[in-house]
Write a protein that binds this ligand. Structure first.
Ligand code: ADP
Length: 542
């Protein structure tokens, strides 16, 4: 039809071109594996990404082929994000916290042609390399001076800086089909083999627009963004792309994710916005509390990947004046699904009600659609009480897994998230459990997340995990596992009494067990299945 708009494909490389042209002076600061701080500008980043694109062509990487990375958050990783996807091949980010068997499985399954790695991960690469048929080439993300002299790799080992230096910065980003693949990330798969989620240029760009909006991650050219969430985990929640789109300064923490290092970086670089999982923020808060420190520039922190306990929201907001933005997402959702941003009428709610609202995972941004359904698949009301399986659909939701022979996951065009949730009349969704973690007591469901949230309100609790333990009368009953604050004299009955009046009586856990630590998975989440293996028979043997 005549008079229509241009058909310009949505491409990852266009983010880089925009950033170079309009924000060329903006900085990218990285703490390097070598220990020092590296800083340069978007202009330099774009130039080096073009050199790398030429280098990839020189290595014979064809469009659509996968290029693996095993790396921390840093500028070289950022260059690969754009060089690989921009030139038409697929950036495959590998999670170094996975078991070596899983890594080998993923590299083989994705048929990675080459793997780039940070020096920290040389021992891991040495263990994985003999177990995989491809790749034959590995690239150490360092300069000549830091190249490992002795290594156990029989494959070719190249030096990142050598190959960047050895190539021209003249490169025309190809005009790709926007529906072609740009990056690949495997879910960590607490059960079964990891599954690959293949993002397209189009889904990535649409996700970038949506995630940058004020009621989403709220990013602008005036922000200094510190992605603590790893670039190997769902593209650092899209922040590398968002930063280019809006022209924000980027600060990368490298391998130093402890509270002290993060606080130093936040203060030195005047970070305004950060993002990560609750476990990381626990470390940061503990450090800043211990030194009675403060934050001079931070305005917001995005917390997701696991429920953000109200105690954490309170600590950030009331103690340090930093707004908490609670978000929910999944690898299959690129990852942003819902964000807890107030609607106009909620801003003036009493503070207690606002905190209660912030414990919810929030509402979808435009482009994401959600519903909850019962066991028969019938839609449930948004009354804040009914809980059911959460389904989503949207521009950046996967429709199937990469190279999988399993039946496609969609149900009537909706993606079943595996989460159980309730939705209130304002459309705010609250995760009550993963479907496999729901506690089924006497035929009724009990939310482990609600129980954990209350436990976190107790001042002597560091970590709270509630699991379903088998029960002779009720099938399952909640069992609460607690890591206490150091030196705490808390006893189980004291904590159980703490629940009185805060929760329906029959939801109250029957017992509390104190543990030294809880097992964490590759993305920093509690491995409840392991705890169930260990404590699942607690009430049978009691
Ligand atoms: P994996 O845990 O397999 O590495 P993801 O990072 O994709 O994969 O995890 C997605 C899951 O994490 C969600 O389905 C949900 O159970 C959980 N999750 C993510 N964000 C939140 C949140 N804010 N609150 C509660 N659960 C969350």
């Amino acid at each position: 039809m005549q008079g229509l708009m241009m058909q310009q494909p949505l491409l990852v490389a266009s983010l880089l071109t925009h950033a170079e042209r309009h924000h060329g002076e903006q900085e990218i600061v990285s703490r390097r594996v070598e220990g020092d701080i590296h800083r340069y500008r978007y202009r330099d980043f774009a130039q080096r990404a073009r050199r790398m694109a030429n280098a990839l062509a020189g290595l014979g990487i064809e469009p659509g082929e996968r290029v693996g990375t095993l790396a921390w958050n840093g500028y070289r990783h950022m260059e690969l994000y754009f060089a690989v996807s921009g030139s038409g091949s697929v950036l495959h980010t590998l999670n170094p916290r996975l078991h070596v068997d899983q890594l080998a499985y993923i590299i083989e399954h994705a048929e990675d042609r080459v793997v780039f790695f940070d020096l920290t991960f040389l021992p891991l690469i040495e263990s994985v390399a003999p177990r995989v048929r491809s790749p034959k080439v590995f690239v150490a993300m360092t300069d000549r001076a830091h190249m490992p002299r002795d290594h156990g790799l029989s494959a070719t080992l190249l030096c990142y800086e050598d190959i960047v230096d050895g190539h021209s910065d003249a490169f025309d980003w190809p005009l790709l089909d926007e529906n072609s693949a740009s990056s690949l990330c495997y879910t960590s798969g607490t059960t079964g083999n990891p599954k690959g989620v293949l993002y397209s240029h189009r889904s990535t760009l649409l996700h970038t627009y949506a995630a940058a909006l004020p009621d989403s991650l709220n990013c602008s050219a005036r922000d200094v963004i510190l992605p603590v969430v790893p670039m190997f985990h769902v593209n650092a929640w899209g922040l590398p792309y968002i930063a280019c789109m809006v022209g924000a300064k980027l600060v990368f923490p490298g391998p130093a994710l402890d509270g002290k290092s993060l606080h130093e970086l936040i203060e030195n670089e005047q970070v305004t916005l950060s993002a990560g999982v609750p476990t990381v923020w626990q470390g940061l808060l503990a450090h800043v509390d211990a030194i009675t420190g403060s934050f001079s520039s931070m305005k917001r922190t995005i917390i997701g990947g696991a429920p953000c306990p109200t105690a954490m929201t309170t600590a950030f907001q009331a103690r340090y004046g930093i707004d908490v933005v609670h978000a929910w997402g999944m690898t299959e959702l690129s990852p942003v699904g819902t964000i807890c941003s107030f609607k106009a009428h909620q801003v003036s709610l009493p503070v207690v009600e606002r905190y209660a609202l912030q414990a919810k995972q929030g509402r979808p941004v435009f482009g994401m659609d959600m519903k909850i359904v019962d066991l028969e698949g019938e839609a449930l009301p948004w009354d804040g009480a009914a809980t059911g399986d959460l389904l989503v659909r949207g521009h950046w939701v996967t429709r199937e897994y990469f190279g999988s022979d399993d039946a496609p996951p969609l149900r009537d065009g909706w993606f079943p998230t595996g989460d159980v949730a309730r939705i209130d009349p304002d459309g705010f969704m609250q995760i009550t459990d993963r479907s496999k973690d729901v506690i089924k007591s006497g035929g009724e469901w009990i939310s482990s997340t609600d129980i954990e949230n209350i436990a976190y309100l107790h001042p002597e609790v560091t970590t709270a995990v509630c699991i379903a333990a088998r029960h002779p009368k009720w099938d399952e009953r909640p069992l609460l596992l607690i890591v206490k604050k150091p030196g705490s004299a808390l006893v189980p009955n004291e904590l159980l009494t703490f629940f009185d009046g805060r929760l329906a009586k029959w939801w109250k856990p029957d017992a509390v067990v104190f543990v030294d630590s809880v097992p964490l998975g590759a993305t920093g989440k509690v491995l409840k299945n392991r705890l169930r293996d260990q404590f699942g028979d607690y009430y049978l043997s009691a």
